[in-house]
Design a protein. Sequence first.
Length: 238
Amino acid sequence: MFPKSFADYEERPYGILFYNTTNKASYDSNHAVIFRDRIDDLSKTLKDVIAFYAEKEIRPTIYQSTLDSGYFGEIKKELALAGFDSWMEEQRFMVLMEENTIAPNENLVVRKIEKWDDSFVQIFMEAEEPWEIEVVRRALCNPDTAFWVVYFDEKPIGFLYCLVDGNICRGNYVLVSKQHRNVGAGRTLTYHYVRWCKEQGIRTVFHWPDGEHPEKIYYDAGFRYVETISAGRAVYIE
């Protein structure tokens, strides 16, 4: 599971507890993933999740496993009784199937990066997502992470990174500075990323696009919609 590339974790019979006590604002770094078929006593499971994160002074958050589409809708009452506010999110799943038709912006330079550089911090600050700094910094320590930065006049203005596991690649995150959006930075990053995946002979490349605009970019890069999954989220409010 991709948070293992940037967070600490403990495994339980019912799932996995991800955490990073130095980056408590990051939901992706601090959440439990529970699996329906591994839970014998839901009430006991929820209490264990709450106790684990409370001890670390982190707000308990739970993600539904992607294998259990719709599960949090079924247990919404039980989650509420345990003190969680829960909701469902429709996530569209796309897989690389066709040719990459993106025309990259030739005024932008994209470089594949192997290690962190503090100049990247300005991307996060200008995008108003500082909590992702530690996520990406730690992800770059994982040899399975592939990371690209796009530059304009030698200034880093955006990045894209993915996680590779053998012949499978998951696109994890794209972020562009708000001051440099609408210049094709995201499209140019995606172009180079897809080209690299094909050069590496990676057979399966997939994404969960966050909205219509990124979905259009991925479509132009050759990704095609496969299915929609009802993902569940729950945050402790008591």
